[in-house]
Design a protein around this ligand. Structure first.
Ligand code: FES
Length: 170
């Protein structure tokens, strides 16, 4: 069973770990969903090359695995950034300016919903109500909730993450 996500070079596929995961399920071709879940837990998404490799090992068609991976919303087929920005687009957040917050995020990072910055640091996702409507508009970054946002506050928060990342690299 996979235990923790790790940072990999962009595009790097840990084939040995995929082997281990498949081995954990004894190469059982009926375990496609849990195998995909474990791969995503380790890599952060399900890469196309990983699907092809899985297909070869499980002796099933890549199309079948791809079909499953695209059917279930839980699977990501694109790499995600280190920090996932989840902006709520539920009714309360919408009414209280989520669109302006989305604009501020796009201005700062040059990405739209569903995209990841080229440096792999941020993924921007728009999500349904996250359950704290009285604090709207709300976004969550890497598990931290930011409430009653304004565009300026949003820009400041993102800049703080960027500064922390820049400092960590020096
Ligand atoms: S609508 Fe955004 S938290 Fe509920």
């Amino acid at each position: 069973m996979a235990t923790s996500a790790k940072t990999l070079e962009v595009g790097a596929i840990p084939y040995d770990e995929i082997d281990t995961i498949i081995g954990n399920y004894k190469g059982d071709s009926s375990a496609i969903i849990p195998i995909l879940q474990d791969i995503q837990e380790i890599i952060g998404y399900v890469p196309k090359d990983g699907i092809a490799y899985m297909a070869e090992k499980l002796e099933v068609s890549a199309a079948k695995i791809y079909g499953i991976a695209t059917f279930y919303a839980q699977f990501r087929l694109q790499p995600v950034g280190k920090h996932i920005i989840m902006l709520c687009e539920g009714t309360a957040c919408h009414v209280n300016g989520a669109k302006l917050i989305a604009g501020a995020i796009t201005d700062e990072l040059a990405i739209r919903g569903g995209e990841t910055t080229p440096d792999g640091l941020f993924t921007f996702e728009k999500v349904a109500c996250i359950g704290c409507c009285s604090l709207s508009p709300v976004m969550v970054i890497s598990g931290e909730t930011y409430a009653k946002l304004t565009p300026d506050a949003t820009r400041k928060i993102i800049k703080e993450y960027q500064e922390k990342e820049a400092a960590a690299q020096n």
